[in-house]
Ligand binder design. Structure first.
Ligand SMILES: Nc1nc(=O)c2c([nH]1)NC[C@@H]1CN(c3ccc(C(=O)N[C@@H](CCC(=O)O)C(=O)O)cc3)C=[N+]21
Length: 275
C-alpha cells in the first residue's frame, strides 16, 4: 500500500497556504496518498481532536501533520498530544519529543527543519564539534530541538531569543543558524570572517510574494565561507525531510526494514535546492 499523509490546516495563513500547496505537490509527484483537512478559523478544539482521532484509526494514513501555527484559541499542546505517536511525522507529540531529547539523532523521527539543517551540515561536511554555534530562536519545532541535537554533536551552543542581544553572540560564532523569522535581523557586518551561516528564517514581504531570510544576505556574502539563501535554502529541504519521516513511519507500520539507500534515493527526487 502507498504511504498516506494527512494534513490538517486551520484558517488561511498565507504562508501555511504556500507550504501546504508545496507538500501536496510533492505528494502528487511521488504518488503519495494524501488528504487535506482544511478547516475554517472558527473550528473548535473538540472538532480538531475528533478529526485527529479518526485519522489515528485510519489504515490508509501513515503520517499526520498539523500545520502550524494554529489560531490562538486552539491548544497546540493538547492537539499535538492527540496524534498517535507512530503517525507523528513532525515529532510534536510529547512522547516523541521526549524520545528525541533522550536519543538524539538515533531517534526514529527528527523534526523536519532540524533534520534539514543537519542534512546541510553533513553534505557540506561542516563539523560542529567544539565550534561556537549560535542558534537564534528557541521554538519547539525548530530552535530548541536543533540546539539539543547540535549539543549532542559536541558543539558549543549558544541559544539567542527575544530577550537576548544577538550581535555579540553572532560576532563570536563559527557557525550561525538563524531561526527567528525576523527580516534581516542579523547584520552582515556582525558575522566573523570565514563563518558558516544557515538561514532558516522566512519572512513574507507584505503585498508581494517575495520572502527574505533572517540574514542580510548580500552584506554577509563577503564575510562567510558558506551561506544558505532564502528562498531556495532550508525551506525546500524541510519538505523533503517530511517525506523522509513519512517513509520511515510507513516502513514501520508495514513491518518493513528501513532501507537507507532507498530512502536517500527517495530524497533525491525532492531535492530541488542548490547552493
Ligand atoms: N507542523 C508543521 N510542520 C512543518 O514542517 C512546518 C509547519 N508546521 N509550519 C511552518 C513551517 C515552515 N515550513 C516550510 C516549508 C516549506 C518551505 C519552502 O518550501 N520554502 C521555499 C519557498 C516558499 C515560498 O515561496 O514561500 C523556500 O524557502 O525557498 C519553507 C518552510 C514547514 N513548516
Amino acid at each position: 500500500m502507498r504511504p498516506g499523509l494527512a494534513i490538517i490546516q486551520v484558517g488561511n495563513n498565507p504562508s501555511s497556504l504556500t507550504y501546504v500547496r508545496k507538500k501536496i505537490a510533492l505528494c502528487e509527484e511521488n504518488e503519495v496518498h494524501h488528504e487535506l483537512h482544511h478547516f475554517p478559523e472558527s473550528i473548535t478544539q473538540q472538532e480538531i481532536v475528533h478529526q485527529i482521532r479518526t485519522l489515528n484509526q485510519q489504515g490508509s494514513i501513515d503520517g499526520i501533520l498539523v500545520q502550524l501555527p494554529l489560531p490562538p484559541h486552539l491548544s497546540r499542546l493538547e492537539i499535538s498530544n492527540e496524534i498517535k505517536p507512530s503517525k507523528d511525522v513532525d515529532c510534536l507529540h510529547m512522547a516523541n519529543f521526549q524520545n528525541l531529547l533522550q536519543n538524539g539523532e538515533d531517534n526514529d523521527i527528527i523534526p523536519c527543519t532540524p533534520a534539514a539543517v543537519l542534512h546541510i551540515l553533513d553534505t557540506q561536511e561542516i563539523d560542529v564539534r567544539n565550534q561556537n554555534v549560535t542558534v537564534i530562536g528557541r521554538s519547539q519545532l525548530v530552535g530548541f530541538p536543533l540546539s539539543v541535537l547540535l549539543l549532542r554533536r559536541n558543539a558549543k551552543v549558544t541559544i539567542c531569543h527575544s530577550e537576548t542581544t544577538v550581535q555579540e553572540h553572532v560576532q563570536k560564532a563559527d557557525i550561525v543558524i538563524s531561526c527567528a523569522g525576523h527580516k534581516e535581523l542579523v547584520k552582515g557586518e556582525w558575522i566573523k570572517n570565514g563563518a558558516k551561516v544557515i538561514d532558516v528564517g522566512i519572512t513574507r514581504i507584505p503585498g508581494t510574494n517575495k520572502i527574505v531570510g533572517d540574514i542580510e544576505f548580500q552584506k554577509a556574502l563577503s564575510k562567510v565561507s558558506f551561506i544558505t539563501p532564502v528562498p531556495g535554502g532550508v525551506g525546500p529541504l524541510t519538505v523533503s525531510m517530511l517525506f523522509k519521516n513519512l517513509y520511515r513511519v510507513w516502513c514501520r507500520s508495514n513491518g518493513l526494514k528501513l532501507n537507507i539507500d532507498e530512502q536517500d534515493e527517495e530524497l533525491d527526487y525532492a531535492q530541488n535546492y542548490q547552493f
